[in-house]
Ligand binder design. Structure first.
Ligand SMILES: CCCCCCCC(=O)SCCNC(=O)CCNC(=O)[C@H](O)C(C)(C)COP(=O)(O)OP(=O)(O)OC[C@H]1O[C@@H](n2cnc3c(N)ncnc32)[C@H](O)[C@@H]1OP(=O)(O)O
Length: 194
């Protein structure tokens, strides 16, 4: 058992998360937020290809199957890849809040080794919101959605404007994203948050 750093404890003025009225219905696939995303994009051959679905409240479920390219030790998933799976699943919670947020802090517990070929069944939920700060937790189970926990995480995501990506991303990828009508549509879905 491990502790959690104090910055991952919501402050006294934090409030429960509110599911956006236009959030995808429970069970609905969320799709990739960006085709070139290492976590969810279909355009990354060695990526995790995580498929997330909306859950009840402000929660999501997702699945990630570990492939040989994801190894750390022989036959076992790399810890950084597992952290990516947790991070990506937590990031998908933005679809439920309809805000754009990036990972500020991610703390991960590795409870069981995850062999190649295993499907990691992931769940994540927002636990509290304080201004731009979004507090969330995630678990990854093996052997089925109700199987034993192999990894878990607590995270603090920080809400940002779309300018965060335009200002900091490399020019060629930003331009390609802006030229892609599907990408612009996905970004706008978040920007209209009241
Ligand atoms: C589109 C969705 C994609 C999802 C993909 C999966 C998720 C990802 O992997 S995102 C990529 C990884 N993350 C990043 O690259 C983020 C890099 N960091 C940054 O850009 C900035 O530090 C950023 C935006 C997080 C915060 O900067 P800024 O907007 O200036 O906010 P700032 O004023 O410093 O902080 C806001 C609050 O958050 C807190 N905070 C910020 N970072 C942290 C942190 N690491 N730990 C604890 N608290 C933090 C601050 O203390 C502050 O709290 P308060 O309001 O109480 O004073």
């Amino acid at each position: 058992m491990s502790g959690t750093s104090s910055t991952l404890h919501p402050p006294a003025d934090a409030v429960p998360p509110v599911r956006h009225p236009d959030a995808p219905a429970p069970g609905e696939p969320l799709g990739a937020h960006y085709d070139q995303c290492f976590g969810c994009g279909g355009g990354q051959p060695h990526g995790l290809h995580i498929e997330a679905r909306a859950g009840e409240g402000v929660s999501v479920t997702a699945a990630f199957t570990v492939r040989p390219v994801h190894q750390g030790a022989p036959g076992l998933a790399h810890g950084g890849v597992l952290a990516t799976a947790l991070d990506e699943t937590l990031g998908a919670l933005s679809w439920l809040l309809r805000t754009i947020a990036v990972t500020g802090r991610l703390e991960t517990d590795y409870v069981r080794p995850v062999p190649v070929g295993t499907t990691l069944h992931l769940e994540a939920e927002v636990t509290a919101v304080a201004g731009r700060k979004v507090y969330s937790t995630a678990t990854g189970r093996i052997g089925g959605p109700d199987g034993p926990v192999a990894v878990r995480a607590k995270a603090l995501f920080i809400e940002v404007k779309i300018d965060h990506f335009v200002d900091h991303g490399r020019e060629e990828e930003i331009q390609a994203a802006m030229d892609d009508p599907d990408q612009v549509r996905r970004a706008r879905a978040f920007e209209v948050n009241p």
